[in-house]
Structure formats: C-alpha cells, structure tokens
Design a protein around this ligand. Structure first.
Ligand SMILES: [Zn+2]
Length: 63
C-alpha cells in the first residue's frame, strides 16, 4: 500500500462544511480521528469513515 498522508484523515474533510453538531448546530472540526464541536465542545467518533453525529453518543467535556 503506498504511503499517502491524506489517508490519515478517516474521511473527506471537505464534508465538514456540510456537517453540524446535532446538539447545538455548531461547526465541527477534526480532532484526530473524531469530530469536535467548536461551539459546545462535544466530541463525536468517526466509525468506519462515517461521522457518528448522534447527540446520545457525544462525549460531553463537562462530565
Ligand atoms: Zn455543539
């Protein structure tokens, strides 16, 4: 398999523009292999290249 640094992203980062936090509709940014809402700070896992934007699965930083 050829080395390709773009493969470090688990999915196409360009779709971030079309995604929003399901909890507050804030913008999302990539943080490693997950998405983090810039507004409320919740984190969402990316499973098999698909962002799991489910409020119930969010990692609430205020725990
Ligand atoms: Zn949010």
């Amino acid at each position: 398999m050829p080395a390709d640094s773009s493969q470090n992203f688990p999915f196409d980062a360009s779709v971030l523009d079309q995604l929003a936090c399901p909890a507050c509709l804030g913008a999302l940014r990539l943080d490693g292999a997950r998405l983090v809402c810039v507004a409320c700070g919740r984190g969402y896992p990316v499973v098999d290249g698909i962002p799991a934007l489910i409020a119930e699965r969010a990692e609430d930083p205020r725990h």
